[in-house]
Design a protein around this ligand. Structure first.
Ligand code: CS2
Ligand code: MN
Length: 357
């Protein structure tokens, strides 16, 4: 297992590589170029320059989160072939720079959604929260405005402003796309890309939908054990894997996360894990919590044990943290709470490892 930490380059992060280097046990970053629009090739020189910067700080750059998928690929338009070809060139460039794992998602139009990016918790910290009745009633303008209001002027993953102008039309487009058609578009992408994932030694981990249920009339793809089985079966390559995001999947109390960790790690199809915890306030309402089992509804020990006992040998990162100690940062991605999470997870990992000997 390798512990990594999400980080944005080119001045788009309040956290520095030097700070990440000082978190015990963290060996590398999961990073991306949020300034390159989806669909464009990531130039070799740009990737190599970043890799050198990360290495100079004493860290590795083996995980990319995310190489976003152009909307035309998701929609299945004829222009997709060019974007897929660009994607494959980016894969080649990343491979040559030593990248081993690519996290991506197939959520249409937008990435994760929260109705409140700064819910005050009892202990004086702030967490991101989701209230279903409120979220389902929002217009697109309100959705964008509510995400931007809490963004502290930083790009939120999946909410890059370049996406906004087309969003309304895109949402409408998907109202006429069935889940079956959408899965065909995914298969087309996977069939084109997986042979190159094998050639370039790149493990792909699709990120679950967040929240893991239908919202805004958009098709949902990865939200339960059943849908994950279906996704992995779309293309049999072992490189076609899952990013097990416990907080995204765990937002639905019916999802048994330790069972999922067991099933998919045993298949060797989990290259990357996002560990975070959630606290349910009702069936479809929740807020994010500190990583500890005692702070949320997920049994983090059971998840770590399931991964280890089933041969998981990939990357783990602490996902969204709370805002604590008055830190100003991109929502979910401050230094302090994620650093506490990284160390807690490694404590669990060591405890499980030693108890098995
Ligand atoms: C993040 C995602 O919210 C989360 O759980 O991990 O934004 C993730 O980076 C993307 O969906 C991956 O493509
Ligand atoms: Mn995640």
């Amino acid at each position: 297992m390798k512990m990594v930490f999400r980080w944005w380059p080119h001045g788009d992060d309040t956290v520095t590589l030097e700070q990440i280097r000082q978190i015990p046990g963290v060996s590398g970053v999961a990073t991306m170029f949020s300034d390159i629009p989806a669909g464009e090739i990531w130039p070799r020189e740009t990737i190599f320059a970043l890799r050198d910067q990360v290495h100079a700080a004493g860290l590795e750059m083996e995980v990319i989160e995310s190489v976003n998928i152009h909307e035309d690929i998701k929609k299945g338009l004829s222009s997709r072939d060019e974007y897929i070809s660009n994607y494959i060139t980016t894969m080649k460039n990343l491979h040559e720079a030593g990248v081993k794992c690519i996290c991506y998602n197939f959520m249409p139009v937008m990435d994760w959604f929260r109705s409140n990016l700064e819910l005050p918790l009892k202990d004086g910290s702030f967490a991101m929260a989701y209230e279903h009745s409120f979220a389902s009633g929002l217009t697109l303008d309100r959705i964008i405005a509510s995400m931007m209001d809490g963004s502290h002027d930083m790009t939120l993953p999946g909410w890059e402003p370049e996406r906004f102008p087309a969003m309304a039309k895109d949402v409408e487009f998907y109202h006429n796309v069935s889940a079956e058609e959408y899965f065909k578009n995914i298969t087309y992408f996977l069939d084109a890309v997986m042979p190159y994932a094998e050639e370039y030694d790149l493990d792909f981990g699709v990120h679950p939908d967040d929240p893991p249920w239908p919202l805004f009339g958009l098709p949902k793809v990865v939200c339960s054990a059943e849908s994950i089985r279906k996704y992995l079966a779309l293309n049999d390559s072992k490189r076609n894997g899952l990013t097990l995001c416990t907080g995204s999947l765990g937002a639905n109390p019916e999802n048994d996360i330790p069972a999922m960790a067991k099933e998919f790690a045993a298949l060797g199809r989990v290259p990357f894990v996002h560990l975070r915890n959630v606290k349910h306030t009702s069936e479809k309402d929740f807020h994010e919590s500190a990583h500890l089992s005692s702070e949320g509804d997920l049994d983090m020990y059971a998840i770590v044990a399931a991964l280890q006992e089933n041969g998981f040998d990939g990357y783990i990162r602490p996902d969204h943290g709370r805002r604590i100690w008055s830190e100003a940062s991109r929502p979910g991605y401050g230094l302090y709470d994620r650093a506490l999470g990284a160390v807690y997870i490694q404590g669990l990992w060591e405890a499980v490892e030693k108890s098995r000997k």
